[in-house]
Design a protein around this ligand. Structure first.
Ligand code: AMP
Length: 329
């Protein structure tokens, strides 16, 4: 099979969009864009299996932007995401990609923000709405959000949306949108719930899977023999390597809490995860770490069994792992 072109020109984007992509430094399409955009721009329903960092946001954002009628300030695209932070990130990426034209309004409405602010903004009108399912549903119930003109519905990080228990809201929201809409679903993993969701919301969707397995050769392993206080050594390692994101493993919940507490006293934004947290808290913490809202995560090695985090720059075993399988994981 021939590889798809990585040239943005090959998918038929307009000159102003192409010029803007160039000015943003997007010189070549990423794999999810090269394989996904021909389908997305062809208006087919789409399933993208891709991680954060793959360029998936631009893939669906370009799909949205090519379908907007700017003259109509009505919601024409709705993007559902699991968290407020992700809503902001997605909205910002859409705004950057929308710079080729004036007047495209992108709004976020998420849990945790003031409802009355959402209402004021919605009254002023928007072309694209990005939000969390609970808050979007609330605005729909209050008749503040109109979805009758919706052309595109996107579920971003659909596996996380399911983990957060949003499936009923998502189905209820989708039921209030035109059946002629294009529905795109992006997810890093594909548990059965995602297949069910796709079957209920999508029509003949085409799927693209981007394999993001890293090469073993890209992992450098270092061992530090520590004579001083281990916490001081940890600080020195973090200060020296300055990882963009760092996962720190400890052997017990107490150690995990202590190390995370210590790093916070040093003004390092740190979260901790262990088996005593409930599923929703774990999910929220992992999303924050995945999105790099928080760059340091301290975990017990037991909690690590179920961890699936992408793009970690550094892993520090603060304590020696209890078995080699855990270390490799
Ligand atoms: P995402 O996976 O959507 O979170 O995107 C990861 C990052 O890649 C974001 O900072 C985007 O701005 C950037 N990005 C997306 N597409 C491209 C591209 N074709 N060339 C360069 N950077 C890109």
């Amino acid at each position: 099979m021939t590889e798809p072109s990585t040239d943005f020109k090959s998918v038929g984007l307009s000159k102003p969009i192409l010029d803007n992509l160039k000015s943003l430094g997007y010189l070549k399409m990423t794999p999810i864009q090269a394989e996904g955009l021909p389908i997305i721009l062809g208006k087919r329903d789409f399933i993208g299996q891709a991680n954060t960092g793959s360029g998936k946001t631009a893939a669906f954002a370009l799909g949205i932007l090519t379908k907007l009628d700017v003259a109509q300030t009505l919601p024409q695209a709705l993007v559902l995401v699991p968290t407020r932070e992700l809503a902001e990130q997605v909205a910002n990426e859409i705004r950057r990609l929308a710079r080729f034209t004036n007047n495209i309004k992108v709004l976020t409405i998420s849990g945790g923000s003031e409802e009355r602010h959402n209402i004021v903004s919605l009254k002023q009108g928007a072309h694209v709405v990005v939000g969390t399912p609970g808050r979007v549903m609330k605005m729909l119930k209050k008749n503040m959000l109109r979805t009758s003109e919706l052309k595109v519905l996107v579920l971003d990080e659909a596996d996380r949306l399911l983990e957060m228990g949003s499936v009923e809201e998502i189905n209820a929201i989708a039921a209030l949108t035109p059946s002629s809409r294009q529905t795109m679903l992006f997810s890093a993993t594909f548990p059965n719930g995602i297949k069910t969701l796709s079957a209920s919301l999508q029509d003949n969707a085409l799927q693209v899977t981007i394999d993001s397995q890293h090469q073993n050769s890209t992992i450098e392993q270092l061992f530090f023999k520590v004579h001083e206080e281990k916490n001081d050594a940890l600080l020195s390692v973090l200060a020296h390597y300055r990882p963009d994101s760092c996962l720190i493993f400890c052997n017990s919940r107490e150690a995990c809490n202590k190390v995370a507490g210590f790093l916070r006293t040093k003004k390092m934004d740190t979260l901790q995860i262990h088996s005593e947290l409930d599923q929703q808290d774990r999910t929220l913490i992992l999303i924050k770490f995945d999105n790099q809202t928080c760059r340091i995560l301290v975990a017990t090695d037991v909690a690590s069994r179920g961890l699936d985090v992408k793009d970690v720059s550094a892993v520090i075993n603060y304590d020696l792992p209890s078995d080699h399988e855990l270390y490799i994981h």
